[in-house]
Write a protein that binds this ligand. Structure first.
Ligand SMILES: [Zn+2]
Ligand SMILES: [Zn+2]
Length: 389
């Protein structure tokens, strides 16, 4: 079992404050990347050469055969002004670590340093994946295209969560964070005089019918015990009070927690768009933009992670799902993985201008991350990788 010593904890807290003071936006994490590479260079570990603009990947090769387990931390900040008054508040105007990715980065730096010292405990290889650009939903895809997941057998990661107390880790099988997608539908009709509606094909009527009818997809197509939401957030049509326009546009988002729901909802929404438009003699263009898949945790990792949490002296709790998205899901579409919530006992939600966390949460995250590969490499999924001799 790898634990964090007091001195090291102090150093890590200072490092987190330093990162917090100098936040960088998605794909502009140049100084952060330099800090990460510098940290491991001092420990004699060069990055894996993946030609990343920002972000970095390191392999810690253990002394025993086994699987390749990736640990992932996201490193970017948000385009917002910090309103905290701490001595380490952001020194960059309009940029803030308001999602706690400074803590994720530092936790993985800490775990990496401890794993390097304990290669004799590692079965297989631990891949440290410092991912850029989570906040714009494309960083995971970017590093995968560069080969960050090549040869990796399973992946683990966490998000800090202000609503859980210190010492608790939220663990949940299946859908943890929502699938997030965007849609846009343009309804085409025939414009004309508002006083002679029978000579027109009114796209406003079509759009209105559509907005109310698609809610039946949730109530009648999605299992009562699953969760999903369709939100129309933007509707536009016409320019004045006495002219029926020739088209109307609606836009919105869909949130899902099951892969099946994420498949059926766009199919049904498209059918409704075409069907309702056709019943009114108009037609529809339906656009679907898939953003985040569902953060879908492999249930077979649950027990070993719960046991690990207990062994470390912390408390596993059932995590409440979040309707926000997280591009960790992109990795889980390719290989098995598990994402947890580590309690930081903050008073504000993610992305608040006064977002904060308890410093002592960092140690818990470091200990959890460092021990995950040790606990998981014994999983039966990797049995033939461990017994090579
Ligand atoms: Zn965020
Ligand atoms: Zn985040």
């Amino acid at each position: 079992m790898i634990k964090v010593e007091k001195d090291f904890e102090k150093r890590l807290i200072e490092f987190r404050h330093h990162l917090h003071k100098f936040p960088e936006l998605s794909y502009h994490e140049f100084k952060t990347t330099k800090e990460i590479i510098g940290w491991f260079e001092r420990l004699g570990l060069p990055p894996v050469n993946l030609d990343l603009e920002t972000g970095a990947v390191f392999d810690i090769v253990g002394e025993h055969p086994g699987p390749v387990i990736a640990l992932r931390a996201d490193i970017d900040a948000l385009p917002m002004q910090e309103d905290n008054v701490s001595p380490y508040r952001s020194s960059v105007d309009g940029v803030m670590h308001a999602c706690g990715h400074d803590m994720h980065t530092t936790a993985l730096l800490g775990a990496g340093a401890l794993l390097l010292k304990n290669r004799d405990l590692i079965k297989g290889t631990v891949r440290l994946l410092f991912q850029p650009a989570e906040e714009v939903a494309t960083g995971a895809k970017y590093v995968c295209e560069k080969g960050a997941l090549d040869g990796v057998d399973a992946i683990f990661g966490f998000h800090n969560i202000p609503t859980l107390p210190l010492g608790t880790i939220g663990i949940k099988s299946g859908g943890l964070m929502a699938g997030v997608d965007r849609f846009e539908v343009v309804f085409h009709g025939r414009g004309g005089h508002a006083g002679v509606p029978h000579k027109t094909i009114d796209p406003i009527i079509i759009a209105a019918e559509y907005v109310t009818n698609i809610q039946s997809i949730i109530s009648r197509r999605i299992n009562l015990f699953d969760n999903a939401a369709i939100s129309v957030t933007h509707i536009e049509g016409g320019s004045t009070w006495n002219i029926i326009p020739d088209h109307a546009t609606i836009e919105g988002t869909v949130r899902t927690f099951q892969k099946g729901s994420r498949k059926i909802i766009p199919l049904m929404m498209k059918k409704y768009a075409y069907g309702i438009a056709e019943a009114n003699d108009g037609y529809a263009d339906f656009h679907w933009e898939g953003l985040h898949p569902v953060v879908d945790n492999d249930p077979t990792f649950r027990k070993p992670l719960e046991d690990l949490t207990l062994e470390l002296g912390y408390k596993p709790v059932e995590a409440k799902p979040s309707s926000g998205g997280e591009d960790f899901s992109f990795y889980q579409e390719q290989i098995p993985g598990f994402f947890v919530f580590i309690g930081v006992e903050g008073s504000e939600p993610w992305h608040s201008p006064i977002y904060n966390m308890k410093d002592s949460a960092l140690k818990i995250a470091v200990e959890f991350l460092a021990n995950v590969p040790l606990a998981i490499s014994n999983h039966e999924m990797f049995r033939d990788k461990i017994n090579i001799e």
